[in-house]
Structures are given as C-alpha cells and as structure tokens.
Design a protein around this ligand. Structure first.
Ligand code: NIG
Ligand code: FE
Length: 414
C-alpha cells in the first residue's frame, strides 16, 4: 500500500527560502528572517513536505523518490495572495483609457464606469462563461508562482448573482490546482436598483444567511468608503456576518480616511485592507486589536496615484503586514505577486525579505491557513514555486519579466 504514496525530491536549490519560524504571523525583525538554506532540497511525500534540508541530506533520504535537479534555482513556498476579485464579467478598458486622459476613479464611476459597469456585465454572463474566464485568470496566478488566493464575490449585488459568483469559486476549487479561499463581498457597491438602506437589509437578511447556510464563504468583506458603505452600514453588515460564523475583512481608508481601520479594530476583524489614507490612530488601533493589514500597492500604481500605504510606520507599530495583488478589472488588473514585491520595495521601502514574508507566511495566517501553507516546513502542504534566478532579491528587482520556472501544488507539477 505504501507504493501508492509517491515521493518527490527537489534538489539543488541555490536558495531554499523556507520561512521556517514561529507558528504565528511574523512582526518587526522577524519579517526579515527568511530561513534560507543554501544548496537546499525538499522531500515531498503524498502531497506534503516530509523534510527540508541541504541537498545532500535530502538526497540520502530520497532512495525511492523521483528526483528533480533544480540546477541552482531559487525556491519559495507558493505565494499566498490574500486579496483578489477573481470572478467578474467583461473588462474595464474604457475606464483605463479615461484615467490615462486624467479622469479619476470616482469621476469615472459616476460617469457610468466603475464597479457598477462590471456588475452589469457580470449579471449578463452565465455561470459557465464566468467559470471559463475565471479559470483562464486562475492560470495566470499559477504562472506567477501563486498557489493560494483569496477571492471575493461583489460584482453580482443580487442574491442570485452573488451566489452565482461564489458557486463559480467553489467549482474552480474542485476542478483546478489553484486553491481559492472564498469571501462574500455583497457590500462592494450600493445596488442602483434600490435605496441604500434597503440594499444593506438585503445583504444582512437574505444574502448573508444563504451564504452561511450553503457554506459558500469563510469571510465577509465590505467596501467602507464615501459613496459606498459608511461606518454604520459597514458595522451592521460585518456584525451580522460574525454572528453567522463568517470572519471579517474590509476595504478601508482607500480613497479617504473615514475611520474604517478603527471600525475593523473594534470588530476584531482578521484583516484591514488598503489603508492608503489611514492615520497613526488607525494604525495604533489595528495594532492593539491584532488585525493584519493587507497592503495593495498594485491598485495605487494602476490608478496612477502617488500615495502608497505607509508600510514603514505599519511595520514599526508591530503589525503582521501582508501584501496582495487586489487583482480586479478596475483598480488593479495584475495577478503578479512579483510585481507587487517590486512596488513594495521601490514605493513603500520594504526590504525584499520583508516583502516575501508578507506575501507568503503572513498572508497564509491572514487566511487562517498558517498551519498548512506559506512556508516550507515538514508537515505542510507541498506548494512550491521555483524561479529561474538564484537570489531571493531578484524577484523584486527584475520587473516586467516572468521568472517562474515551475510550480508544484500538493506535490504535483502544474
Ligand atoms: O479593491 N475598492 C473596491 N474594490 C476594488 C475595486 C474594484 C473595482 O474597481 O472593480 C479595490 O480596489
Ligand atoms: Fe479589493
């Protein structure tokens, strides 16, 4: 019976970036400690990491394993992307062109573009169409070295259309290698079909109970912003979600400092995302409540803005920082964590090592999966990304060219 348990040895990594360390999200100086093994190897059995060490050590334990010589390439745990909007219809090319002409995100939204235009295209698309386009995009993530993503609904804004998006994610999880952690974001924009308070009631009384009952999401998110959901509405929605067993995340202080970070601290949310406009008090509140900040520099870059979240202050305050793509058609059309690492280093003054920690083990903890993924340690799932370079700093240094060489999910090459 043991013959069916396939083993695989990956040997001769120039740097095996293990992220081995304390079994909790990393803060402060720990963000710089990557646990690198030079000339490293991994032994994988039955989709899990059996042991990690020097190539020679691992080779000795690999008698019956298939052996892959990585030829001195860089090895990391697969990236964990903790904030994406994977499933949607159409694109936002017109918004993109308008921004190039100088219009802002909010002006374009008012003029018929923005989230609402994607909602209309998403409603018009069948579940099958949405599945096929999302599947293609899921492949982009794998090709960038990402093996787990969080994905939000939020382009349906009716009970049936939100359920449709979450069902697409469930089917993707069953059929493709990329792991998807689903989040319900019914409160992404106020539906133009009804008054705001009626829509909030619909989210609370009809959508959330169905999502919880069908176990279609692990988290609930809200876009807390002027013109979207205010503090009171956001509090009501996230509190209702918590009662149903969903954990909270939130889009806060992206375009204006509305006190969203403080609200998420008050509610004991798992993450507070964006934070471009959060002030010191907001940062202090997140630190006190142990909320993980998810920074999304891709959206600042793609909107042509200048103000990136203040990563140095956030790290100094002792927060367990996470980096993610915010992949979405409007404000951040990139699936690339290496691109995000580049932005983190050049625009937010994070070191390459801090950025890698934020994109792997810390992101894994923010999805409640810190015990299973995000580092290369024995017992963890064998999600591994191999890059065609030698030094971990090269991931953020070379930008605009893919460096992924091979990707393994549960020990299988994808
Ligand atoms: O994270 N801020 C709200 N949601 C997305 C944008 C979505 C869209 O424009 O379609 C974001 O930036
Ligand atoms: Fe987002």
């Amino acid at each position: 019976m043991f013959d069916s348990m396939k083993s695989l040895a990956l040997l001769r990594a120039s740097q095996l970036v293990t992220l081995a360390g304390p079994k909790r999200p990393r803060v402060g100086q720990e963000l710089s400690e990557l646990g690198i093994i030079r000339d490293g190897g991994i032994l994988i059995r039955d989709g899990k990491i059996e042991s990690v060490g020097s190539s020679d050590e691992i080779e000795k334990k690999s008698k019956s394993a298939d052996v892959v010589d990585l030829g001195g390439r860089l090895v990391l745990p697969g990236f964990v992307d903790a904030h994406t909007h994977l499933v949607f219809g159409g694109n936002r090319l017109d918004d993109f062109e308008r921004r190039a002409r100088g219009e802002t995100y909010e002006q374009i939204a008012k003029a018929g573009g923005g989230i609402w235009s994607t909602v209309q295209k998403t409603r018009a698309a069948s579940e099958e169409e949405l599945f096929e386009t999302a599947k293609k995009r899921a492949d982009w993530f794998l090709r960038c070295g990402t093996t787990t993503i969080e994905a939000k609904s939020g382009y349906g804004l009716t009970l049936n259309d939100e359920l449709k998006l979450l069902r697409v994610m469930r089917r993707l999880n069953d059929e493709i290698s990329l792991e998807i952690v689903p989040t319900f974001l019914g409160a992404h924009a106020i539906s133009r079909d009804m008054p705001a308070d009626k829509y909030v009631d619909l989210v609370i009384n009809e959508m959330l109970p169905r999502v919880a009952q069908e176990k279609l999401a692990e988290f609930c998110d809200v876009f807390c912003e002027r013109g979207y959901f205010d503090i009171e509405q956001s509090r009501k929605i996230l509190s209702a979600a918590k009662k149903l067993g969903l954990k909270a995340r939130g889009h806060v202080d992206q375009l204006s400092n509305s006190g969203g970070a403080k609200l998420l601290a008050e509610l004991g949310a798992t993450t507070a995302d964006h934070l471009e406009k959060t002030d010191e008090q907001g940062i202090a509140a997140l630190a006190k409540a142990n909320v993980q900040p998810v920074l999304l520099p891709g959206s600042v870059y793609a909107l042509g803005l200048r103000e990136y979240p203040r990563a140095r202050e956030i790290i100094s305050a002792g927060l367990a920082v996470v980096l993610a793509t915010d992949f979405n058609p409007g404000s951040s059309p990139t699936p690339s964590m290496p691109m995000v690492l580049s932005l983190a280093c050049t625009q937010m003054k994070m070191s390459p090592a801090e950025a890698i920690t934020a994109a792997t083990i810390n992101a894994a903890y923010s999805l409640n999966r810190g015990d299973k993924i995000g580092s290369l340690e024995s017992g963890k799932i064998a999600n591994v990304a191999v890059f065609d370079c030698e030094d971990h700093r090269e991931l953020a240094y070379w930008f605009g060219t893919p460096q992924t060489y091979s990707v393994y999910v549960r020990g299988e090459r994808v």
